[in-house]
Design a binder for this molecule. Structure first.
Ligand SMILES: [Zn+2]
Length: 137
C-alpha cells in the first residue's frame, strides 16, 4: 500500500503492526501496542558499544564500523558491511556483505552472505516468521 505524501509505513518492532508516521520521525507511538518505538534507521559508521538496539527501521553497519550490542531488534532488516557482535532479530532480510565480520545469533526471514564475509560464530535461524520478534520481546 503506498504511503501518503510526507509519510512512510513502518512495521512495529514490538508487535509487528503496520502504521504510518511522518517521514522525518525518529520515534512514534504504535497505535496497536501503544508502545513508544524508534522508527529511524540505526547507522553505525564508527564504533558503537553496549546496550541494546530496538528499531522499526533498519540497522546499517558501514565498512569500518563496529557494532557490539547485547541484542539488536530491527523490524526492517540489517545490513552489515563492517563488524557486528550481537544477538540479532530481524523482521526483514539481512545482508552480510563482503568484508563484514559477524559474531552472534541471527533470527531473520532471509539472509544473504556475500563472498568475503566472515562468520565467526552464531546460530542462524532463517525463515522464522516475523512474529518471532514480538514473541522474543
Ligand atoms: Zn506495536
Amino acid at each position: 500500500m503506498p504511503s501518503g505524501p510526507g509519510t512512510r509505513q513502518v512495521v512495529c518492532v514490538r508487535c509487528t503492526g503496520r502504521f504510518e508516521v511522518p517521514a522525518p520521525s525518529i520515534s512514534a507511538s504504535c497505535p496497536r501496542c501503544h508502545r513508544q518505538v524508534s522508527v529511524t534507521d540505526v547507522v553505525v559508521r564508527n564504533t558503537r558499544w553496549g546496550g541494546s538496539i530496538q528499531t522499526c527501521g533498519r540497522v546499517l553497519v558501514y565498512p569500518g564500523g563496529a557494532l557490539r550490542s547485547l541484542r539488536i531488534e530491527a523490524a526492517d532488516g540489517v545490513e552489515v558491511l563492517g563488524s557486528i557482535d550481537a544477538d540479532v532479530t530481524s523482521g526483514g532480510p539481512v545482508l552480510i556483505g563482503p568484508g563484514a565480520t559477524w559474531r552472534g545469533n541471527l533470527s531473520a526471514p532471509a539472509v544473504e552472505i556475500r563472498p568475503g564475509a566472515t562468520i565467526l560464530s552464531g546460530a542462524f535461524r532463517i525463515g522464522a516468521p516475523a512474529a518471532a520478534i514480538a514473541a522474543a520481546g
